[in-house]
Write a protein that binds this ligand. Structure first.
Ligand code: SAH
Length: 434
């Protein structure tokens, strides 16, 4: 394999755009969440492509970034903080980037418009019902945040009202009035958060209306979403990423697959149809509960879910001599880290599909995977999961090398793929000449 030299597009953060006096977003200067909002979409993609090539091209060829046909209003999960104005009206918005200042937002360009409408009307209703809005300076009031989750492909909507304590005055009348304006809402949950940190959701959910969860469909399967379980905020791109991950896993039907950061089981459940057996591992107990339910509603029987830290699980698994053919990794921004990589090298899966939401921790982890020549990177495909922001999601494939790097003492400026290609060619030439 010859490492191709890829054309690099200079990296810009879109910061110059901030200087423009007129942004397409009315709160751009105050909110600051979408650093690329005024960069034309094609240019955003080429900026991201350029930075991914710069960062990851040393491992293997970086595919063309997969963008969105419509890069606006893609967020299906919206959090909003509430603010009571002096005139008694209630407005909603975001904290200004890096501060504790609330920026009122009516129409966000990346959030689902249905979610924004529901939040605006709920905030108004809270004001009409004279329900107290929490003020973190005085530590007084009841309602702190609103969260809306939408099933992109089912249209189901969930409203979560986050309160300081478990009370809710005029609960039934409030729900009645809300459903009159938004009959499409499937469920309303009160989440109790009495903490003083910046976490939006607390540990207790009280179902006010409906079943307490909604359902969405991805890759032909149904997924249950409850207030606190992880579900990708951009399902259109998530579906493409999952399909690519399954394609790279290259399952033949009898493999043992470990989905090491399985969330509500999404990738593992999709993989199960093409594999022998799947084990999903996840730290969050709520997500595991949803994952088990998801297996049941999709009638998937060759999957089991374990609530554990993935490194600890893999250490125990390796200790017991457990085997895996394919491992799927989809960790949070911190990446998987050295301990998990060392353990995986003992389990020896032939393929590792690594889905990353942070290319910098991916780069660090890929270095660790490949440093002793035990694994080599075979594919890198970037996805624009968060248009208008600087974030990039990457799907990559690592393959296990069957031969180990010989200790020649010679420093080679080739990667192991190139090295073995050359050895193979030389052997063939020698055989021809013999
Ligand atoms: N693959 C899933 C979830 C990816 S998000 C999906 O696409 O929907 C990453 C998940 O890793 C989260 O659900 C988080 O709770 C879980 N997680 C974080 N740290 C973990 C750890 N140390 N061990 C196992 N799971 C972890």
């Amino acid at each position: 394999m010859i490492r191709k030299k890829q054309k690099q597009v200079p990296h810009t953060s879109g910061r110059n755009e901030k200087k423009r006096s007129k942004s397409r977003c009315s709160v751009f200067a105050k909110c600051g969440a979408c650093s690329h909002i005024d960069v034309p979409y094609e240019e955003q993609l080429s900026i991201k492509q350029g930075s991914m090539i710069k960062l990851l091209n040393t491992f293997c060829y970086v595919d063309k970034i997969v963008g969105m046909d419509d890069p606006f209003h893609y967020r299906c999960k919206v959090n909003s903080v509430l603010l009571k104005r002096k005139d008694g009206s209630v407005v909603h918005g975001n904290y200004s980037e890096g501060t504790h200042r609330i920026v009122p937002i009516e129409n966000c360009l990346i959030e689902d418009e249905r979610a924004d409408r529901l939040i605006t009307d709920t905030a108004k209703l809270l004001g009409d019902f004279k329900i107290k809005i929490y003020n973190d300076r005085s530590d007084f009031g009841l309602v702190r945040y609103l969260m809306v989750r939408i099933g992109k492909f089912t249209g189901e909507m969930m409203l979560v009202i986050v309160t300081r304590s478990p009370i809710f005055p005029s609960k039934n009348n409030f729900i009645k009035a809300l459903l009159k304006i938004h009959p499409e809402v499937k469920t309303v949950v009160q989440n109790v958060n009495s903490r003083s940190d910046s976490m939006v959701l607390g540990d207790r959910d009280i179902v006010m209306y409906g079943k307490g969860y909604i359902t969405d469909e991805l890759c032909g399967m149904k997924f249950r979403i409850s207030p606190r379980s992880f579900y990708q905020v951009n399902p259109v791109q998530a579906e493409k990423i999952y399909k690519r991950a399954i394609e790279l896993a290259d399952l033949k039907g009898d493999e043992v697959v470990i989905d090491a950061y399985c969330g509500t089981g999404t990738i593992g459940l999709i993989a199960a149809a093409a594999a022998g057996r799947v084990i999903g591992v996840e730290l969050n107990a709520d997500a595991i509960r949803d994952a088990k339910k998801n297996a049941e509603i999709n009638s998937v029987e060759n999957i089991e879910f374990i609530c554990d830290d993935s490194t600890k699980f893999l250490e125990d698994y390796a200790e017991k001599g457990g085997q895996a053919d394919v491992v799927l990794l989809d960790p949070p921004r911190a990446g998987v880290g050295d301990a998990l990589i060392e353990t995986l090298k003992r389990v020896k899966p032939s393929r590792i599909v690594y889905v990353s939401c942070n290319p910098f921790s991916l780069e660090r982890d890929l270095k660790k995977f490949t440093e002793d020549g035990e694994y080599t990177v075979k594919a890198i495909t970037p996805y624009d999961m968060f248009p208008m922001t600087e974030h990039v999601e990457v799907v990559s494939l690592l393959e296990r090398m069957t031969k180990r790097k010989p200790d020649t003492g010679i420093s080679l400026s080739l990667d192991m793929g190139e090295y073995y290609d050359i050895i193979e060619k030389e052997t063939m030439n020698r055989q021809k000449n013999e």
